[in-house]
Structure formats: structure tokens, C-alpha cells
Design a binder for this molecule. Sequence first.
Ligand SMILES: [Zn+2]
Length: 70
Amino acid sequence: MKIKCPKCKEDAELAPDFSYVECKKCGLDMSYGEYVRYVAHSEAQYSDILGDYTGATEGETAGTLDEWED
Ligand SMILES: [Zn+2]
């Protein structure tokens, strides 16, 4: 299926079995797992959505520790 290439923002092709992502425009060729990590990394640079998510997780951990101290 067609997905957005994380590199050149053109149409890339995702294999039907999610085994690879290929973009003929810029030559992108990686496994789907690598693609997900690539996109997550790229998104983190342009937005703070991932940062907010990480912060929320850290907050939960801190809250758990506080409960133990009480
Ligand atoms: Zn591309």
C-alpha cells in the first residue's frame, strides 16, 4: 500500500505483509520496523508529542515511587 515516505515526503510503498518499505523517489529501502523507528525519530524532531508521551510515562513512575515511600 502507499504510505508517506519519511525521507522525501513522496509516496513510498509498504509491502502488503509489512515486511519492507520502499520509496522509488529517493531510494529509501528499509524494513517496516526500521521505518517505524525512523518516523518516530523524525516526528520527535518536529513535534513534542513523543516528548509528552515520555514525560507522562516518567510521571507515572515517579508517582509509583512516591506511593512506596508513603
Ligand atoms: Zn522517498
